[in-house]
Design a protein around this ligand. Structure first.
Ligand code: PBG
Length: 328
């Protein structure tokens, strides 16, 4: 063999565990994870969600215990989704004083004053037609919806939410919420905007979990076309201008390029939502024994972080600490 004088050898920094971990560029921390929680208005402690093994609709009391479990796993931040007893065409159960989320906020804050409490501010779970806005003749109306979003955000803030997270992709939702919060003395409540939310089929299992499937049509007149990238920048910049504090991109895995691009264009923290379909695919393949769940989850979440997400909303949040102990 002729002598090869190879001066540059990237493998030097991959030689052993010590040197590999020293030069690892991306680390996960439970502090940067948000756990979704589904809370229903009934007494049954846990209602199984078939398409999301390991995830449940909890009663309020059971949800409190779950938060304790999360805290033991160093997860101190949750985003709530409500499953109300009744639905109508003005999403009343989403903004009334004794709505499930409002009750949950008060109780959670009473038991855990130090939990970071985020509320999803959408109407689809509370609307009888399952859409994220006021419907007239099968159209989702923009400006009349803003009024209901304001009412919802205000009642969430009043009952204890720290962060309001509008997810309806309704134009002007961030400025509408900012102004109603400020007018009512809630200048300090932050807005995490689902600024870049795609009309994705990866939400399928969530809709079973939250019982929020649209009863007619789909969400493509408000959520974004998965083929579009420049539009994502436009949406993100717009929400930054409207006063959002955090920009969310959703889903995460099929949109890593969007996370990276938006991160470079806005001066706000970026959140990525590792959505229900992303969770369920991993669970299903792992149940079949086709993948190593723990390793796949760690790789997937690291990829989302590496792409530029500062925080990650994930149904795997509860498992992070265990994974880090196992692999780091
Ligand atoms: C409400 C909402 C949805 C999700 C979060 N908020 C569903 C949707 O837009 O249909 C999806 C979350 C997930 O799939 O995990 N609009």
């Amino acid at each position: 063999m002729t002598k090869i004088n190879l001066k540059i050898r990237p493998r030097r920094l991959r030689k052993n565990e010590l040197i590999r971990s020293m030069f690892q560029e991306t680390y996960l921390s439970p502090a940067q994870f948000i756990s979704p929680i589904f809370i229903h208005d009934g007494s049954s402690p846990e209602v199984k969600i078939n398409s999301m093994p390991g995830i449940f609709q909890f009663s309020l009391d059971r949800a409190l215990k779950y938060i304790e479990e999360l805290k033991e796993n160093k997860i101190n931040s949750v985003i709530l989704f409500g499953i109300p007893d009744s639905k109508d065409n003005t999403a009343t159960s989403g903004w009334e004083n004794d709505g499930i989320i409002q009750k949950a906020n008060r109780k959670i804050k009473e038991h855990f004053p130090d939990i970071l409490l985020i509320n999803d501010t959408c109407l689809c779970e509370y609307m009888d037609h399952g859409h994220c806005g006021i419907v007239m003749e099968k159209e989702i109306l923009n400006d009349p919806t803003l009024e209901i979003i304001q009412k919802t955000a205000l009642s969430q803030a009043e009952s204890g939410a720290d962060i309001i997270a509008p997810s309806g992709m309704i134009d002007g939702m961030v400025s509408a919420i900012r102004s109603v919060l400020d007018d009512n003395g809630f200048q300090d409540k932050a807005i995490m905007s689902y600024a870049v939310k795609y009309a994705s089929s990866f939400y399928g299992p969530f809709r079973e979990a939250a019982q929020s499937t649209p009863q007619f049509g789909d969400r493509r007149s408000y959520q974004m076309n998965p083929a579009n990238k420049r539009e994502a920048i436009r949406e993100a910049l717009l929400d930054e201008k409207e006063g959002a504090d955090i920009i969310m991109i959703k889903p995460a895995l099929p949109y890593l390029d969007i996370i990276s691009e938006v991160k470079s264009k806005v001066n706000l923290p970026i959140a990525a939502y590792n959505v229900s379909g992303e969770y369920s695919m991993v669970k299903a393949a792992s149940e079949k024994g086709w993948i190593d769940e723990d390793k796949v989850v760690l790789e997937m979440l690291t990829g989302i972080k590496r792409a530029g997400a500062d925080v990650i909303i994930s149904y795997f949040a509860k498992d992070i600490l265990k994974l880090l102990k196992k692999f780091y």
